[in-house]
Design a protein around this ligand. Structure first.
Ligand code: NDP
Length: 326
């Protein structure tokens, strides 16, 4: 167990955290990034990225995050393979955080970039069949369903991307959506409707995931949202893609949050209610939630942290200046 002292502690290693680190390191803040349980964040479980500016060709999410991490390290960031399990911020700067192995972090400024995680439906069979046919990540688990029947639940960008990705492995993909209109971007919808491997199933919700004799997923029990009629769909794999929830458990009772659990910040800034504590990326943004906006708010957080640190340094110097003047 060790104690790490830094001017800038960043919790989370997605585009928000790593952009904050790049700016913080270049401002000589010697940032420490605690990577968390999913190093690199959500982009590490996506495949193709074609909306991150700067790349004329399609790039891969994990590759992009690897590049961002290398860039952060090259300019002086320390990456820690750790997960913060406790944090003490009420008393103001310096802040204290504790990692799951007992390491302690003392930081003048804190940047929260913990992101968001996949949501689950919360219906019978879902949890029990996790890893046995039910998943929230097609790019992680799609491979296991080569040549099999799969379904994706949801109607947003994630669901459509997952369905398209699954066509690399399966010729029989059903997209189950609770309405008759997708929420996803039009360009993705076009690709989906063009694919002869994907069948959209409208106005249906999943009531239950059912196991077969071998203990793995065998079918879904569905309910029509218009008529209430029940039906069944035989599948080998089901991918839940219904959005994300912010990873803010650690800050409950410590920082203000909105009804959805997202951290509240001063509008137009990454400032939380505690001076010196900043939030950036998906943990505070339920509207845009893009890699590029996360990177932008990460940059803003580092710039504001630098300003905050300058006020601390000024306050520390002031008494000495006053004494010398007497
Ligand atoms: P979204 O919140 O955009 O979509 C969630 C989908 O799941 C909606 O269609 C919603 O239905 C449906 N849903 C939610 N709860 C339930 C439920 N209990 N039962 C059944 N269906 C449900 O989440 P995404 O993860 O798709 O996207 C999140 C953000 O990330 C978005 O801003 C998206 O644009 C972005 N993103 C961008 C990508 C890219 O640009 N390449 C890739 C992936 C995500 P309904 O429509 O009826 O509300």
């Amino acid at each position: 167990m060790a104690t790490h002292r830094t001017k800038m502690l960043i919790i989370g290693s997605g585009p928000a955290g790593l952009s904050a680190a790049i700016y913080g390191a270049r401002a000589m803040m010697e940032p420490i990034v605690v990577q968390g349980i999913q190093p690199g964040g959500q982009l590490t479980i996506t495949t193709e990225v074609e909306n991150y500016p700067g790349f004329a060709d399609v790039i891969q999410g994990p590759w992009l995050m690897e590049q961002m991490q290398k860039q952060a390290e090259h300019v002086g960031t320390r990456m820690m393979w750790d997960t913060i399990v406790d944090i003490d911020i009420a008393g103001g700067s310096p802040f204290r955080a504790v990692g799951d192995g007992g390491d302690e972090y003392i930081a003048d400024t804190l940047i929260i970039a913990t992101g968001a995680q996949a949501k689950w439906l919360g219906v019978p069979g879902e949890q029990e069949l996790g890893g046995k046919g039910v998943s929230a990540c097609a790019t992680c688990d799609g491979f296991f369903f080569r040549g099999k029947k799969v379904a994706v639940i949801g109607g947003g960008n994630t669901a459509v991307e997952e369905a398209l990705y699954l066509t690399n492995h399966s010729d029989d993909v059903t997209l189950i959506h609770r309405r008759d209109e997708l929420r996803s971007e039009k360009i993705l919808q076009e690709r989906l409707f063009k694919s002869d491997k994907i069948t959209p199933m409208w106005n249906k919700t999943v009531e239950r995931f059912v196991a077969g004799e071998d203990g793995t997923l065998s079918k879904l029990v569905l309910k029509d949202t218009q008529t209430g009629e029940k039906s069944e769909l035989e599948v080998d794999g089901a991918f839940v893609a219904i959005g994300h929830a912010p990873a803010t458990e650690l800050f409950k009772g410590k920082l203000p949050m909105d009804g959805g659990g997202y951290l509240e910040v001063e509008p137009g800034t990454p400032k939380t209610s505690i001076p010196g504590v900043f939030a950036c990326g998906d943990v505070m943004d339920h509207t845009y939630r893009q890699a590029v906006t996360a990177a932008g708010t990460g940059c803003m957080a580092a710039l504001d942290a630098e300003k905050f640190l300058a006020t601390l340094d000024f306050a520390a110097v002031m008494p000495a200046v006053e004494e010398a003047a007497e």
